[in-house]
Write a protein that binds this ligand. Sequence first.
Ligand SMILES: Cc1cc2nc3c(=O)[nH]c(=O)nc-3n(C[C@H](O)[C@H](O)[C@H](O)COP(=O)(O)OP(=O)(O)OC[C@H]3O[C@@H](n4cnc5c(N)ncnc54)[C@H](O)[C@@H]3O)c2cc1C
Length: 457
Amino acid sequence: MSGVVHTSTAELFLVGQDASNMMGNPAGVCYPTSTAEVQEAVRWARSKGMAFIARGAGTGLAGGAIPTAGSLVICLTKMNNIRSVDVHRRAAWVEPGVLNADLSRHTSRHGLHFAPDPSSQQSCTIGGNVANNSGGPHCLSEGVTSAHILALEVVLPSGEVCILDAENSLFDLRGAFIGSEGMFGIATAIEVRLVQNPPHVSTMVVGFASVHEGAMAVSAIIASGIIPSALEMMDAPITRAVEEYVHAGFPLDAAAMLIVEIDGLEHSVSDGTRQVKDIVLRFGATSFKVAQSAAERALIWKGRKTAFGAIARIQPNYYLHDTVVPRKKLAEVLSQVSAIATEEQLQVMNVFHAGDGNLHPILMFDKRVEGVMDRVHRAGSEIVRVSLEAGGVLSGEHGIGLEKRDFMRWMFTENDLLFQQKLRAAFDPEGISNPHKVLPRGSGCADASSIPPGSWM
Ligand SMILES: Cc1cc2nc3c(=O)[nH]c(=O)nc-3n(C[C@H](O)[C@H](O)[C@H](O)COP(=O)(O)OP(=O)(O)OC[C@H]3O[C@@H](n4cnc5c(N)ncnc54)[C@H](O)[C@@H]3O)c2cc1C
C-alpha cells in the first residue's frame, strides 16, 4: 500500500486545500480505482494509526475536505465510471468521482438528468454532492441531493463494505449518511435517481428598482402556489460584474433581478409564465423578459452559474457565505449584510437561491492586504449571527465543515450535539474518518480520536 501513497510536496499542497480559504497538512494521498482499493487504503491508515479523509474535486466551501495534520487523503477522482443506467427505473449506479455535469450529459440521450445542479457542477463530484447534501438552482421544486439518492455502497471506517438503502433495511441509514461530510466513511458507489427532462421550459429575467421589491415578489410567487423549478436573485453589483463578463442581456439599471424558471407541459408553462408576470408587475418590476430560445436560456444560466468567475475580475479573493433565512426576512437580512460589509470596509455582492431563502453573500478582498482576513472572518460571523436571529439556519447547502463548526452551539443545544455525536460514533467509534469536522471542539466524540489536532488554519 505504501507504494501507492504519494507524498510529494506539490501533491500534498494541492490536496491540502479546497475552495475555502483554509489549508491542511496531510501526510499522504492515494488515488484508488476500486472499492477494494478504498478498503485497502482505509485499513492501511488504521494500521498506521492515521486518520483518513475522502476527497472529491475539492470544490467544497466550508473546509470539509481540509485534511487534519498527518492524515491520509483518499482522493476518489479516478473512480469516475457510470456503471449502469436503468432507463426503466430511472436510476443509475455511478462511482463517486463522476462529475455532476457529466452524469446529466451522459443520461441526456435517454431524456433524463440528475436534478441537483450546484453552480460548481462542471467540476464537483457526485461523492462530494452526497457528503454535503448539495443543492443548486433547480433544487427548489425537485429537492436537494438527499431526494435523489436511492442507495449507497460505503466503506466504513472499520474497513468493512456495506450497502445503505431505504428499502431493504429497518432504518434509513442512507438518509443518515447523506450530508455526513465524510465522517461516516467513504461512498464508493452511488445509486442516483434520474428525472425526466422537462418538455417545455420558460425562463424569465425580471428587474426591480429595489432589493425589497424583488424579495417581496419572491414571497408572493411562492405564496401564490406556483413552485418554479428555479427562483434566483442577483443584486446590482453582481449583475453588473456578470453582464460585463458573459453579456447575457441582464438589466443593468435594476437594483435586483430575478431569474424565474417554470417547466412542465406546454399549457401549464404558459399559464405559469402569465401568473409570474402578473405578480412581479404588481410588485413593481421595471423589466420583464422571457428567453426566446434554448441558446438564450443557456446564456442566462451561464451568467448565473459563472458569477463567481466574473468577480475574479474585480478582486483576487472571495469568501462565499451560505446561510438560510425565512423568505419574508430576505430584504431585512440583505440590508444587514450590506451594513456589516460597510462596517468592515469590504465589498459584498449577492447571488442566491431566493426561492428557498438560501443567501450567498460574497465578500471580496485581496488577502495580501494586512489584517483583511480578520475583517472577513468578523463579517462572516456577523452574517451567521443576523441570519440565525432572523429565524434562519447555519447552512443551506455548503455544509458545516471547519468553517461553521464553532457556530454549531449558536443553533443546537448540548443535547442535540450529543445525539449527533452518538450517531457519528455508531459509524466511526474511533473518530478516524475526517476528524475534527462539523461537531464543535470540546464535544465528546469529536475529540475522541487519537489523531493530533489539525493545523488547518
Ligand atoms: C464556484 C462554486 C459554486 C458552488 N455552488 C454550489 C451550489 O450551487 N450548491 C451547492 O450545494 N454547493 C456549491 N458549491 C460547493 C461545492 O461545489 C459542493 O459542496 C460540492 O458538492 C463538493 O463536491 P466536491 O467533489 O468538490 O467535494 P470535496 O470538496 O472534495 O469534499 C466535500 C466533502 O465531501 C467529503 N467527500 C467527498 N467525496 C466523498 C465520498 N466519496 N464519500 C464520503 N465523503 C466524501 C469530503 O470529505 C468533504 O467533507 C460551490 C462551490 C464553488 C467553488
